[in-house]
Design a protein around this ligand. Structure first.
Ligand SMILES: Nc1ncnc2c1ncn2[C@@H]1O[C@H](COP(=O)(O)OP(=O)(O)O)[C@@H](O)[C@H]1O
Ligand SMILES: [Mg+2]
Length: 277
């Protein structure tokens, strides 16, 4: 993939979000994580969609412990990590634990801070975030350096993506966001969708939103979910994988802005420089 600058001390944290559910967040988050890991980048995939923790299902792995144990003080973050592929570790959400379905802000901050204590070197972290604009979703997204907004070509998905960008724009620059039209018939259709969305952003926020990449409709994507195998293993030459590879390259090539003063993943570690890459 030709990714540059491996092994930098500052992990790149990429949040994958959407206004509406069922638009392909988890599929894209899991596939991005496997692609970065394939490049030899030390990658973490955090399943932050706590109610419906399904990254682990897509990856076909069982998880003995999850974030619920960390929040209850029964396990450390390091103890719940599951290695799913070379260079790729999953941080399991709290599947089946109902009370964690709706994380409050304090719990979300607790989770984010737990990463500062993680001593394992990390190059890229992908955060699969729940749909919507709850305080927990916004806290997670603001703790990421890049926000990927996944959107389908459906009125409700476009409207909800707009709603998400609107609340994020109160605190974040649109520079750190990237729009990803998913499940479209062609690249040109995705580009049209982006151009329209970005022109609305320009009108209301005085700034457009970058196109992260277009992911075409591809039945291999649902097949991967059915078979619980990552796309990279099941269909390495599929359209969707090619598209998500371009997205990964785009994200990795994007310069990171300065960190905001709010809670950040790995924040304390960056400040104290305790990472030995
Ligand atoms: N580009 C695509 N082409 C075909 N099917 C897709 C694509 N992206 C996602 N899907 C399918 O759409 C459904 C929802 O995807 P998922 O990743 O679970 O969404 P979310 O995490 O946003 O709820 C899944 O069945 C998935 O396989
Ligand atoms: Mg999901």
């Amino acid at each position: 993939m030709g990714l540059m600058g491996k092994g930098s001390a500052q992990p790149r944290v990429i949040g994958v979000a959407s206004g509406k559910g069922g638009v392909g967040k988890t599929s894209i988050a899991v596939t991005l994580a496997t692609l970065f890991a394939e490049e030899g980048l030390r990658t973490l995939l955090l399943d932050a969609d706590m109610g419906l923790a399904n990254s682990q299902i897509l990856l076909g792995c069982s998880v003995p412990k999850h974030m619920g144990h960390v929040l209850e003080g029964k396990a450390s973050l390091e103890e719940i990590l599951v290695q799913v592929r070379p260079h790729l570790h999953l941080v399991p959400g709290a599947s089946g634990v109902k009370s964690l379905g709706a994380l409050d802000e304090a719990m979300t901050h607790h989770i984010i801070r737990a990463f500062s204590a993680l001593e394992r070197p990390v190059d890229v972290m992908i955060v699969d975030i729940a749909a919507g604009i709850s305080p927990s979703v916004l806290t997670f997204l603001k703790a990421c350096q890049q926000q990927v907004i996944v959107m389908k070509d459906e009125f409700s998905s476009i409207a909800d993506a707009y709603g998400l960008v609107k609340v994020l724009a109160e605190d974040l620059s649109l520079n750190s966001m990237a729009l990803v039209p998913n499940g479209v018939a062609s690249h040109s259709e995705g580009e049209r969708l982006h151009a329209h969305f970005s022109s609305v952003c320009e009108r209301f926020f005085g700034q457009g939103i970058r196109l992260g990449g277009v992911v075409r409709q591809d039945s291999w994507m649902s097949e991967a979910q059915r078979r619980q195998q990552p796309l990279i293993a099941l269909a390495p030459s599929s359209q969707a994988l090619t598209d998500i590879r371009h997205l990964a390259e785009h994200l990795y090539a994007t310069k990171l802005g300065p960190l905001s003063g709010d809670t950040q993943f790995f924040f304390e570690r960056q400040l104290t420089g305790t990472v030995l890459a």
